[in-house]
Ligand binder design. Structure first.
Ligand code: DGY
Length: 332
């Protein structure tokens, strides 16, 4: 009998075709997602689950998964929806989709930065609503991006890709990370490592590229926003809970900072009601990696990771090597 996979939500058709070539597929062909109880029922008897960031694999859910499940293949680079240590303990491999979305996400972070700095969305609404009746010297004046200081939190793949783009705008680059980047990366990108306080104090734009962990939850709250310049703009394409959304809304309303470009939210798809009323924030529905090519490739990568694990091969984008060693030792 061929092994079986559960795909919890709609993905690109070529990934489904690839899965169908190799294994039995139970496909939830909708964008709705399935509640945890249903996920557990449907995952029964399957060797793999192809999941998305809206599927929550808490320790309690993982505990109840079938012992035969070999892999959870997440269609995302972020994997804060899966308790990886709990999966490892149960001998379940976890995979993600890194690299393929790095440039696409960095492009979007820069798009938000440009849009917020140069008031692109306000300009669009102004023209669209017929308010544009004359040219004015100070009509929708914004802030320069070139030659300004960009502060980056998180100098991983996406942080570095954002830094590369910023160099094209002759920006000065400060960054903070729990782990300092290698000297050759700092040198080639012209990066200056600094304390979080200094990044916040000196940056004209602050862009967040950290994973969501207990240490980065509310990395930016009321206190950090107060350390930023009143002219500063905050960009978040990482994970919503990295920013205290209520504190951000208040800071934007009260002029503590000048603007923001936000793609991710604390309780998606809900957005803090005050943010919806403000003009000085550009809001997007978690689409930083959403180019046709990238979302296709992410779907394919997850499918390939799932098939590799089901065929007893080490999946290319394995996150928990310890679970693989354990499985290999058991000869499973
Ligand atoms: C990710 O991959 O983690 C993005 O947030 C969704 O594409």
């Amino acid at each position: 009998m061929r092994p079986a996979v559960l795909v919890t939500k709609r993905i690109y058709p070529e990934a489904i075709a690839y899965l169908q070539e190799h294994v039995e597929v139970e496909y939830c062909d909708t964008d709705d997602g399935i509640p945890a109880a249903e996920l557990l029922t449907r995952a029964r008897g399957k060797q793999a689950v192809v999941s998305q960031l809206t599927d929550k694999f808490s320790p309690e859910v993982i505990e109840q998964l079938d012992p035969g499940l070999r892999v959870i293949a997440n269609v995302a680079v972020g994997f804060d929806n899966i308790d990886v240590p709990a999966a490892s303990q149960k001998g379940i491999l976890v995979t993600n989709t890194p690299e393929v979305l790095t440039d696409t996400t960095a492009d979007f972070a820069f798009a938000l930065l440009m849009a917020a700095a140069r008031r692109v969305v306000e300009g669009h609404h102004y023209v669209h609503s017929g308010q544009w009746t004359k040219w004015r010297i100070d009509l929708l004046v914004g802030q320069d991006v070139h030659h300004r200081t960009l502060g980056i939190f998180g100098m991983g793949r996406i942080g570095q890709a954002v830094a590369r783009r910023a160099r094209g705008f002759s920006m000065r680059l400060l960054y903070h990370d729990a782990m300092r980047a290698p000297a050759e990366v700092e040198e080639s990108l012209g990066l200056e490592f600094a304390t979080a306080e200094r990044v916040l104090r000196e940056a004209d734009f602050v862009s967040l590229h950290v994973p969501l962990t207990p240490a980065t939850r509310h990395l930016i709250g009321a206190a950090q926003l107060r350390q930023m310049k009143p002219t500063a703009i905050l960009i978040n394409t990482s994970r919503g809970p990295v920013v205290d959304e209520a504190a951000l809304a208040e800071a934007l309303q009260n002029g503590v900072i000048a603007g923001a470009g936000i793609d991710v939210f604390e309780r998606e798809p809900q957005v803090h009601p005050l943010l919806l009323k403000l003009e000085n924030v550009v809001l997007a529905p978690h689409i930083a990696s959403a180019s046709v090519d990238t979302r296709r490739r992410m779907s394919m990568m997850a499918a390939e990771n799932a098939v590799a694990a089901m065929e007893g091969r080490r999946p290319p984008n394995l996150l928990n090597v310890e679970a693989w060693s354990e499985l290999s030792q058991r000869g499973a």
